[in-house]
Design a binder for this molecule. Structure first.
Ligand code: PGA
Length: 255
């Protein structure tokens, strides 16, 4: 299984356009030897996509660029929303879809996640679909069935080729920004269930080539333990992605 590991930084609502450009340059300085083996992706807020994209282009970085959300319509009267084509225009490769903060604070549902995933593919990008259970679901011992149903809903109607390039981030809601994590083995069990769910719908080749990331309090100190697991292909990193040193150390651990 030669899946290329991915380390993606979710900057959330941090960094202006100027700060984002500087952070990107600082990351570049620190990860030069890692590119070939690890796909590094940064996901700034919309307002910093242009400046970060320009740094990536001018410095010819092999760094992927992702947005944190998108609307599913091609265009229209949707005040405040951003269309897929506006992101490809800025050379975005990826879009985070269904992050638990979008689900919790902005009314994102399994249905809108599915619409967005389809729209992202239709525009020529790849979604990083986030799934993960709340503490209540975990305590009820329903994590796998809950996550499987999120995955099934998210991927409904995608083509098998799309599924093969899919990235799904398993992010337990209770682990995001809390310093708490599942055990690496426990995270791998859910990652394996995610892969099996995609395989059941799209077949084994898609299951083998898609990537599953772990996310939730990933730090330089714990990253290597998650990356050592067979079904975990990298990380979606929040807080530790805001400093070049910690983000680069996590990318290094994915080698
Ligand atoms: P965290 O966030 O690394 O700060 O826990 C992860 C995420 O929300 O993607």
């Amino acid at each position: 299984m030669a899946r290329r590991p991915m380390v993606a930084g979710n900057w959330k609502m941090f960094k202006t356009a100027g700060e984002g450009a500087i952070l990107t340059q600082n990351i570049e300085q620190l990860v030069s030897g890692v590119w070939d083996e690890v796909e590094i992706v940064v996901c700034p807020p919309f307002t910093a996509l242009k400046s970060v994209s320009t740094v990536i282009e001018l410095d010819r970085l092999q760094m992927g660029l992702g947005a944190q959300d998108v609307h599913w319509e091609e265009e229209g009267a949707f005040t405040g929303a951003i269309a897929p084509r506006m992101l490809t225009d800025l050379r975005c490769d990826y879009v985070i879809v269904g992050h638990s903060e979008r689900r919790e604070y902005f009314g994102e549902t399994d249905e809108s996640v599915n619409k967005k995933a389809k729209a992202v593919y239709a525009a020529g990008m790849v979604p990083i679909v986030c799934v993960g259970e709340s503490l209540a679901v975990r305590e009820a011992d329903e994590t796998e069935s809950f996550v499987r149903s999120q995955v099934r809903a998210a991927v409904e109607g995608l083509g098998p080729e799309d599924a093969a390039s899919l990235v799904i981030a398993y992010e337990p809601v209770w682990a995001i920004g809390t310093g708490r994590t599942p055990t690496p083995e426990g995270a791998n069990d859910v990652a394996r269930a995610i892969r099996a769910t995609v395989g059941a719908t799209f077949g084994q080749p898609a299951a083998i080539s898609m990537r599953v990331l772990y996310g939730g309090s990933v730090k330089p100190e714990n990253a290597h333990m998650f990356f050592a697991e067979p079904d975990i292909d990298g990380a979606l990193v929040g807080g530790a992605a805001l400093e070049a040193e910690s983000f680069a150390a996590i990318a290094e651990a994915a080698r």
